[in-house]
Design a protein around this ligand. Structure first.
Ligand code: 5GP
Length: 180
């Protein structure tokens, strides 16, 4: 079966995504005009979004990566995550921007922000492509949000199901989504 055959509905097409990425980049470039920004990209889901965003930013920018592993359903594990690849940049005293693919319950991000705050960056903000607000358990300040989406499991543009579908240029639902 091809990737396309598994798609139920395209929620956000390539043009919608790229238009919004340009708008977000415009906002970010104004907010960080004269600052050297550390952009923190979370592996692997945020890679496509972070790279497209970075390409649109005229700012002085350091791009760094972090990989975390989640233990099962974050609602049951209170979002306990393990850092499997840490940043290489020291963010102390620097403006840092976390780039996320999707914020769902918010538990994973809360853990991550706590960890990063302890390193005393000059500022710490979040840019997420997708916001599944309906499922939020913990409120978090999301400075930049691409799109608010309904409570549906989505894939594409970095988001996976069993490591597949990340390379689709759009965001879509699956005919057979994982059971919630
Ligand atoms: P949270 O701790 O906010 O519940 O978890 C967010 C993480 O759950 C995301 O970074 C992503 O890995 C995963 N996730 C949440 N919703 C979806 C979804 O609709 N599709 C995919 N592929 N992953 C999701």
């Amino acid at each position: 079966m091809s990737l396309q055959d598994a798609i139920a509905e395209v929620l956000l097409d390539e043009t919608q995504i790229q238009t919004r990425v340009r708008q977000l980049a415009q906002q970010i470039s104004e907010d960080y005009a004269d600052q050297e920004l550390v952009m923190i990209c979370l592996l692997r889901g945020s890679v496509f979004f972070a790279i497209d965003l970075a390409r649109q930013l005229p700012n002085r920018l350091l791009l760094d990566f972090m990989a975390i592993s989640r233990f099962g359903d974050p609602r049951e594990t209170a979002g306990v995550v393990r850092i499997i690849k840490d940043l290489e940049e020291n963010i102390t005293g620097k403006p840092a921007l976390v780039v996320e693919d999707i914020v769902d319950t918010g538990l994973t991000l809360r853990y991550l922000l706590k960890n990063l705050e302890a390193r005393n960056p000059q500022s710490l903000h979040v840019c997420t492509l997708l916001d599944k607000r309906a499922r939020r358990i913990v409120e978090l300040p999301l400075r930049y949000v691409g799109f608010e989406i309904p409570d549906k499991f989505v894939v594409g543009y970095g988001l996976d199901h069993k490591q597949l579908y990340r390379n689709l240029p759009f965001i879509a639902t699956l005919k057979s989504p994982p059971s919630a």
